[in-house]
Design a protein around this ligand. Structure first.
Ligand code: ATP
Ligand code: MG
Ligand code: MG
Ligand code: MG
Length: 478
């Protein structure tokens, strides 16, 4: 079906073979004896070189072959004399599908800043960097499905439009069919949502977890993998307003099993990328080294492939929140400066604390457990002491939190107490509470932010550069 892609063509190359190459011109170079055109179709980081002798391509066609133009080339595979490739295409005919006027095409063959590329999200997939990231992103997503499928999980589609705020953080995007310039009002003068298409408040989901739990309490092991929305004013390099989350949820799993699964799962998907994205990762490793070449040696990252292998081959450190606080209280993070945000038992850890633990103290991924109940969501199972909950956060070097999870409270009375404590109306969660009244069971699960994973594996510095069309406050319009 369709033409053979360049990746396949380079793999199966046989000198003498007739070929058709369709793709976008990366560079064109003319010398006295030959014209060289580097073509890429996005299937691989590698270009294929097409060659013609001067005069073999009619002048009015040659003029149209510029960086960014799209070609349909027919020719023969010949051995390449140049370094860097084994074969090249000796051109027999060229058709220009689409031109790209060099005076206006923004992606000329030079280095463009990531900020500039964000402004042209419609064209940036044609760069080497974004081609590599998008192929890597695909491979990681595929590995996620493969991992869960191979381990007996069912892919559950949770709703995008929902009334529940699982995290209780009030970061939901409202969905409405009402004319908000002229909304229907009730007797108290408030907007009357009963007139809305859904007849009540509706929001974009912040997490599929609560619905995921319903699936686990029927199918035993499920996972979700879908878009998630948070209306947080997230001007950081780790937050997006729209991101993808993977949320496995398992009946009959306790906190230990949950940690084992999280560690095994993350290691699997990273190994999968190492195995299947070798060329793109090698490119991204070089790119990162290039970006950091002006930094002092001590501030440079570990080479990308070495970092990924290290994570796959070493056990994650596991400790409780209370133990982590003791470490943080004793440490001197920077010789003379303390943490910006003071440490005491009960605080929500800030990224400076998380990164100290991971990057300076343990020098490996860390799983922190048993956080104070006050700083975690209502659905987490209380520990015996009543002070902490069976939460776990997985923290990664250079990133901080990559996974948040917990064993869930399966006891109806305790859950109801927590619901009251955090001020949720139990009527709004009647369906969730009922699962604890009918056939409740111990269960656990977690959420992995997919873009944080891609960020880590790609070695990029900003989450806006690992999703095709990033959504953040005042992002580009497409
Ligand atoms: P953070 O502390 O970094 O704001 P969180 O604790 O609010 O994250 P959770 O509600 O625990 O996040 O969501 C589970 C996972 O989803 C996180 O561990 C993270 O990987 C990812 N995540 C959360 N918020 C965002 C966001 N705005 N953009 C991208 N990923 C996110
Ligand atoms: Mg958050
Ligand atoms: Mg957090
Ligand atoms: Mg969290």
């Amino acid at each position: 079906m369709g033409p053979v892609q360049i990746k396949q063509l380079l793999k199966d190359a046989q000198v003498g073979q007739s070929v058709v190459v369709k793709g976008w011109v990366r560079t064109k170079r003319e010398s006295k004896n030959a014209i060289f055109i580097a073509i890429n179709d996005g299937s691989t980081i590698h270009n294929i070189q097409a060659v013609a002798a001067p005069g073999e391509i009619p002048d009015d066609t040659l003029r149209l072959i510029t960086t960014g133009s799209c070609l349909n080339v027919t020719g023969q595979l010949v051995e390449s004399l140049g370094s860097g490739q084994a074969v090249e295409v000796k051109i027999e005919s060229v058709e220009v599908y689409g031109t790209a006027d060099p005076d206006h095409y923004p992606l000329q063959p030079k280095k463009h800043s990531l900020e500039f590329l964000r402004e042209i999200a419609h064209l940036r997939p044609r760069t080497n960097t974004f081609g590599a990231i998008l192929r890597l992103r695909h491979a990681l997503a595929f590995a996620v499905h493969k991992y869960y499928n191979d381990n007996g999980f069912f892919y559950l589609h949770t709703p995008i439009i929902t009334a529940s705020d699982a995290e209780g953080a009030g970061e939901m995007f409202r969905v409405t069919t009402l004319d908000l310039y002229n909304p229907p009002k009730n007797e108290e003068g408030k907007i009357d949502f009963s007139e809305d298409f859904f007849g009540r408040e509706a929001n974009l989901t912040v997490s599929g977890q609560l619905e995921g739990e319903l699936g686990a309490l029927a199918l035993s092991k499920i996972y979700t993998f879908g878009p998630t929305f948070r209306a947080e004013n997230s001007n950081t390099t780790r937050h997006l307003a729209e991101f993808w989350m993977i949320e496995p949820e398992m009946a009959f799993f306790e906190l230990e099993d949950n940690m084992d699964l999280a560690e095994d799962f993350v290691k699997y998907v990273i190994s999968y990328a190492l195995e299947h994205c070798a060329d793109d990762l090698a490119f991204l490793e070089k790119r990162q080294a290039e970006e950091e070449k002006n930094k002092p040696q001590t501030e440079r990252s570990m080479p990308l492939l070495e970092k990924l292998r290290f994570v796959v081959e070493n056990p994650f450190e596991r400790l409780t929140y209370t133990e982590a606080i003791e470490i943080l209280l004793k440490c001197k993070p920077h010789k003379e400066k303390k943490f910006q945000y003071p440490v005491e038992w009960g605080i929500d850890l800030q990224s400076e604390h998380e990164r100290y633990l991971v990057e300076k103290h343990f020098k490996k991924p860390v799983i922190l457990t048993n956080y104070p109940r006050e700083i975690k969501a209502f659905y987490m199972k209380l520990d015996e002491d009543g002070k902490t909950v069976r939460a776990m956060d997985v923290l990664f070097p250079g990133i901080g939190e990559i996974i948040g999870g917990s064993q869930r409270e399966e006891n109806y009375d305790k859950l109801l107490e927590r619901v009251h404590e955090v001020g949720i109306e139990p009527e709004n969660l009647w369906w969730y509470l009922e699962t604890r009244q009918f056939g409740t069971a111990p269960h656990a699960g977690f959420g992995l932010g997919f873009e944080r994973l891609v960020l880590f594996v790609s070695g990029m510095g900003n989450i806006r550069d690992v999703i095709p069309f990033p959504r953040y406050p005042k992002s580009a319009e497409f």
